[in-house]
Design a binder for this molecule. Structure first.
Ligand SMILES: NC(=O)c1ccc[n+]([C@@H]2O[C@H](COP(=O)([O-])OP(=O)(O)OC[C@H]3O[C@@H](n4cnc5c(N)ncnc54)[C@H](O)[C@@H]3O)[C@@H](O)[C@H]2O)c1
Length: 309
């Protein structure tokens, strides 16, 4: 099979591309290396270095027909979406529209999209969200992701393109970019605990905030499975563990595993940040039967990886 993986130099995209290649598939990658790294691109992938929201970059695919497109690349920080809203819109939404048009033109019938839990926003009361709950984006990032979901829905109805929208919750694990201090709660804290140039660990926002933390290997397996299992067809699906973990619990576990005594300081939160959200993952569990990695196990793997680097 031949696949296109956008964002294949990034955390999730490179993991998906690596697995696809290991399974004997041909993989094309488009990535502009904005937050990704050349070193992440798996051996054997055909790499197109460029912005996937630009026609001239998509043209470099030379009309190839893909068995599926995994549109995983994107601008993944709510904070940056306020700093660079046009870039966010082009990267997360215009690119989706252009790649869907490519699917129609080139007869590629399956589109897997990296959406986000951020589309739910928050209402101050509800903590656990299911796919049927109302969406209420609080950042430009979330607006763009939600718009992409709507484009996919219309392309399905009008042109028969099958889609899967994976609403990832907080993905963490081995291979995550520790240098990006604007995205990825676990990686941001680990960076500050491990890097000696950080005298203290700064937490932007309350320690009572909470998240649903899902390990990269589970996300990779679910993402690839969703391209083959017809029960994922034309579904929006929460990709979370259904377990609520507070920032305080994350920090306590890191301290326990690293034996660190670093001081933690709490500063004001970032714009558009959700206080707390976790997944109702019944829909995922009804179609994906494998066990998901508990946070303590995944975190330990990540810490071991950092210590070995
Ligand atoms: N990591 C998470 O917890 C999380 C949660 C929810 C949703 N997501 C979504 O999953 C996707 C992957 O996230 P990630 O954690 O791997 O992020 P990442 O930053 O590691 O990877 C994104 C990749 O996309 C590339 N990219 C960005 N803009 C591009 C453009 N215009 N043209 C070409 N390449 C471009 C980057 O260079 C990078 O390699 C993103 O779309 C993100 O919104 C991630």
């Amino acid at each position: 099979m031949t696949y296109l993986v956008t964002g294949g130099a990034g955390f999730i995209g490179s993991s998906v591309a690596r697995r696809l290649i290991a399974d004997g598939n041909i993989v094309y990658i488009i990535d502009n290396l904005k937050t990704g790294y050349l070193d992440n691109i798996p051996e054997g992938a055909v790499f197109i270095n460029g912005d996937f929201s630009q026609d001239e970059v998509i043209d470099r695919l030379e009309g190839r027909r893909f068995d599926a497109i995994f549109h995983i690349g994107g601008q993944s920080s709510g904070e940056i979406s306020f700093e660079e809203p046009e870039y966010d819109l082009n990267t997360n939404t215009l690119s989706t529209l252009k790649l869907l048009k490519y699917c129609v033109k080139r007869g590629c019938n399956r589109f897997i999209y990296a959406s986000t839990m951020s589309v739910y926003g928050e209402d101050g009361v509800k903590e656990q969200f299911s796919e049927d709950d109302a969406t209420n984006p609080k950042s430009f990032y979330a607006v763009g992701k939600l718009a992409s979901e709507k484009y996919m829905d219309i392309f399905h109805r009008e042109f028969g393109i099958d889609f899967v929208s994976l609403r990832y919750f907080n993905v963490y694990g081995v291979g995550q970019n520790l240098e990006n201090l604007k995205q990825g709660m676990v990686s941001i804290y680990l960076k500050q605990f491990f890097d000696k140039s950080f005298k203290k660990v700064e937490v932007k926002g309350s320690l009572d905030r909470f998240r649903d933390l899902i390990y990269i290997d589970d996300v990779t397996d679910i993402t690839i499975t969703s391209a083959h299992n017809s029960r994922f067809n034309n579904q929006i699906i929460n990709i979370g563990t259904g377990v609520k973990t507070t920032v305080r619990e994350i920090l306590d576990l890191i301290k326990l595993y690293t034996d660190s005594k670093k001081e933690i300081i709490v500063t004001s939160g970032t714009k558009g940040d959700q206080f707390g959200i976790y997944a109702n993952n019944s829909k995922l569990k009804s179609i994906y039967k494998k066990e998901l990695t508990p946070f303590n196990i995944g975190l330990k793997k990540m810490i071991d990886w950092i210590e070995e680097k």
